[in-house]
Design a binder for this molecule. Structure first.
Ligand code: ANZ
Length: 854
């Protein structure tokens, strides 16, 4: 029995594909293009199962589309700037550049063992100056176009290390290394005007009909369009006014307080001679900068003692609080609170004993009795307790009050977006330098074109906290491009989301030196036809890329509406979790089965099996793909990734699963290399005569070809695998002896091999060669199904004699009634059941049943 030598075979075909440059893409106006891209990896060290799943899915699509005649672009690169490299530098005393490049080398080698059909000649690493220099130029063009600007903004500050912390470095409100309570500080930082595109980014979502609905909804919520009213309260005893934004102006007669953000200018002014207020503001600032932190914190306020006057009643005043749930960055940083109809306001009112007056009454409630307890009423209804609004519905009341405020000059109806401008300054080393210079005389001066790129220096030290660019003895000292006098370089670097906002465009012409890309290359390849990645990027990365594409279009770099025409988000790879007797996590590699088949620790100790969860280092439930590929080969890993669950769902990695994939590969290998009879030569014409069995097998072959093609097109990989398995089972039943069977076996084997090629490319190549083909399978087109054979033209009909099932017959669909009758009566079992009695009647229900009555 021949054995499939997976290691030798996989390596040999990988080398052969490379030798023949099978996956090198070039523009070709004569063929339809197809750009398939998986989200590029961060070079963290080694590839994990999430990568294997992501790149397997992408590779199936790439290989399938290539076979279907598309000119496929399938590139790979490295999202190589970022914090982990700097952390490694601090903890392992290595240089971020060295750490990153070593990781890239390791991971490239690992990816190559997967047999991915990638055009490696297009590989880019975003930490290379050949890459990031172009985004410096883009940024300067954005500045000219008014899309980049500077403003003060809050950062996390570690008071012990005296350094800015990234959000990921703040753990439970404390610095990750010092454990010190993190403070908020204001720094001047760069912003990109993504809000200028808020409406376009929202409208564009409608055109993305090949994106998951869920992702479109998440982006819509993130952009957060609200229509409402901005209006101004008079402040008692002061000349200035307090401007608020509300989406519910209809509830104004239910207002019981006003509140401002801790960072509102009025709050700072009042705090100057109010130490208790200053302390409250400091407490708010310790909450952290994220919206989530603010949303989940207990609602707290501080009564400023000021009062504002109700816009429609000069005798009615409301207290003004500083409140921890009011964000400075949204609307005007100030609100009015209507506790009956907003949960936060209600919680706040109950805590500080403020009135709760319902002003919107649900249609089915008794207006006299309706009251609000612990739950605010946010639904529709009719206005009450609201003077000129009484009796109106919510929508009309909003319009009415808006109109009145506009004509009195008190406020305006407006649209407000939750989306904030994108802060891109990071006080970090391992990133792209922001190409501006600070001159004492000329302020911010963009680095002139002929002085680009601003290269990140590698001779830096990590011996003290803070940004090494700041400590570098010479790097930041330069001359002002305007006056030539001493000036300082910006030492902040870009947010790494910038690199990933345009890499898909760089892949179109990755080696163009004097420009980010060639125009004709992006015009040909963009948009990406199929983008594949994790749902965790549903908002930021995808939204930033959509914005960046529009900004590039505005600045004349390219002209595409949307960067990613199709998006697929795959599920996670999960695994059981294990704990030892002491409750410590155990890795699957530390566990064995004892003689009784029970799971035990390697030392024989008991193992508690826990929940199936996402593979993570902290719970040790990880399986290293390198070990799997080493043991079972890439094809088995790929097959298991595809066969077990639909790709959008989570997949549970099990030993039994990978084992099953491995066994199937060997079965296919044996079935074809040990065929029961000598097969006719490749390309032999079909024999004139086929037995029923052979004809039946042919029908299944062509049905499978049609079905698998459709499944792959629709990302139903698990269904495609099931179909292929069904066909291989059927072919295993043929002994090749009756008329034409040997020929059908060859047809079946070839179809099988060609269909599994996108999924198990190495095995497929090897079997294709075994079947006598001299040119590799990657160069073959996708098999065509014979439509006449592929359709279900045969139906199974039941034959009953006096109501009892006596036989089933395979008959052509819509067969004539007398033909059905003839075939039924000719059947041996039916004849037996008739016992020689005369047939009185035959009733044929088309395609279903033949009833014989005696
Ligand atoms: C009064 C009111 C009454 C409100 C009511 C709601 C319900 P969206 O839909 O997200 O746009 N708000 C405005 N600015 C805020 C800020 N900077 N920080 C925190 N909250 C703020 O939310 C708009 C509503 O959120 C506004 O409408 C305002 O409260 C609050 F029964 O005004 B509303």
């Amino acid at each position: 029995m021949s054995r499939y030598n997976v290691k030798e075979t996989e390596a040999r075909w990988q080398a052969e594909w490379e030798r023949r440059s099978c996956f090198t893409a070039a523009e070709d106006a004569g063929r339809p293009k197809y750009y398939v891209l998986e989200m590029f990896p961060y070079p963290s060290g080694r590839i994990h199962m999430g990568h294997v799943r992501n790149y397997t899915i992408g590779d199936v699509i790439a290989r399938f589309k290539r076979a279907k005649g598309f000119n496929v672009l399938h590139p790979m690169g490295w999202d190589a700037f970022g914090l982990p490299a700097e952390n490694a530098a601090l903890e392992k005393k290595t240089h971020p550049a060295k750490w990153t490049r070593e990781n890239i080398a390791t991971m490239r080698g690992q990816l190559k063992t997967m047999g991915l059909s990638i055009d490696w000649s297009r590989e880019v690493a975003t930490c290379d100056v050949e890459y990031y220099r172009h985004e410096q130029k883009m940024f300067l063009d954005f500045m000219k176009a008014g899309l980049a600007y500077r403003k003060e903004s809050w950062v996390n500050w570690d008071p012990v290390d005296n350094t800015v912390l990234a959000n990921e470095q703040v753990i439970d409100g404390r610095g990750w290394r010092t454990g010190a309570l993190v403070e908020k500080r204001k720094l001047s930082q760069w912003f990109l005007k993504i809000t200028a595109y808020a409406d376009e980014l929202l409208k564009g979502l409608e055109s993305l009909d090949r994106w998951p609905e869920r992702v479109r909804l998440m982006q819509e919520n993130w952009i957060g369009k609200s229509t409402g009213v901005r209006f101004r309260f008079d402040v008692q005893g002061r000349d200035d006014k307090l401007e608020v934004f509300t989406t519910r102006p209809d509830t104004l007669f239910g207002a019981s307080f006003a509140a401002i953000s801790a960072n509102h200018p009025l709050a700072s002014e009042l705090a100057a001679n109010n130490p208790a207020l200053a302390e409250f503001i400091a407490e708010c600032n310790r909450l952290g900068t994220s919206e989530e932190a603010i949303e989940t914190a207990e609602k707290k306020g501080f009564d400023t003692g000021l009062r504002v006057v109700h816009p429609f009643d000069p005798a009615w005043t409301l207290p003004v609080y500083v409140a921890n749930f009011v964000l400075m960055e949204y609307g005007t940083g100030a609100i009015f609170g209507c506790p009956a109809h907003d949960q936060r306001d209600l919680d706040f009112a109950r805590k500080y004993d403020l009135p709760v007056t319902p002003v919107v009454i649900p249609a089915d409630a008794d207006p006299a009795a309706f009251a609000v307890g612990t739950e605010a009423y946010t639904g529709p209804g009719v206005l009450k307790n609201s003077r000129f609004l009484d009796g109106l519905d919510v929508e009309s009341a909003k319009q009415e009050i808006g109109k009145r405020m506009e004509s009195a000059g008190q406020g305006e109806r407006t649209t407000q977006y939750r989306l904030r401008d994108w802060g891109v300054s990071r006080q970090r080393y391992w990133g792209c330098p922001i190409p501006v210079i600070h001159c004492p005389e000329h302020g911010i001066v963009p680095v002139p074109d002929d002085q680009l790129p601003v290269v990140l220096p590698e001779d830096v030290t990590f011996d003290k906290p803070g940004n090494p660019l700041d400590h570098h003895p010479t790097w930041k000292h330069t001359a002002c491009p305007t006056c030539g006098k001493p000036a300082l370089r910006e030492t902040d670097t870009f947010d790494t989301f910038i690199e990933s906002s345009w890499y898909f465009a760089r892949f179109c012409s990755p080696h163009t030196a004097d420009a980010a890309f060639e125009r004709k290359a992006v015009d040909y390849w963009l948009p990406v036809d199929q983008y594949i990645g994790g749902i965790e990027h549903a908002v930021l990365h995808l939204l930033y890329s959509r914005f960046w594409t529009r900004a590039l279009t505005q600045c004349g770099y390219l002209d595409v509406a949307e960067p990613f025409a199709g998006l697929f988000t795959q599920g996670m790879v999960n695994h059981e979790t294990y704990k030892d007797a002491n409750g410590a996590w155990l890795s699957p590699a530390d566990i064995v089965r004892n003689d009784k088949g029970e799971l035990v620790a390697a030392d024989g100790g008991p193992v508690a099996v826990g929940r199936v969860e996402k593979m993570s280092k902290s719970k040790k439930n990880v399986v290293d793909p390198a070990n799997i590929i080493d043991t079972y080969g890439a094809d088995a890993a790929r097959l298991f990734m595809l066969s077990d669950s639909p790709p959008e769902r989570d997949l549970e990695w099990t030993e039994a699963g990978i084992d099953g994939a491995w066994r199937y590969i060997n079965r296919l290998w044996r079935m074809i290399t040990e065929a029961p009879v000598a097969l006719p030569a490749a390309g032999s014409p079909a024999p004139a005569e086929l037995s029923d069995k052979a004809q039946g097998a042919r029908r299944l072959i062509h049905k499978t070809v049609a079905g698998v093609g459709e499944d792959l097109d629709k990302f139903r990989f698990n269904k495609a695998v099931a179909r292929v398995r069904e066909l291989s089972n059927a072919l295993a039943e043929l002994d090749g002896k009756s008329a034409g069977e040997a020929w059908v076996l060859r047809e079946g084997f070839e179809a099988l091999v060609r269909m599994v090629a996108p999924m198990m490319p190495h095995l497929a190549e090897e079997l294709w060669a075994h079947l006598g083909h001299a040119t590799p399978l990657v160069e073959q087109p996708w098999p065509e199904a014979d439509a006449a054979l592929a359709t279900d033209d045969v139906v199974t009909m039941a034959v009953q004699v006096n109501g009892k099932l006596r036989a089933t017959l395979e008959l052509p669909r819509d067969v004539a009634k007398d033909e059905a009758e003839r075939r039924a009566l000719a059947d041996a079992n039916v004849q037996k059941a008739l016992e020689g009695k005369p047939v009185r009647k035959v009733i044929v229900v088309p395609n279903r049943v033949i009833n014989v009555v005696v």
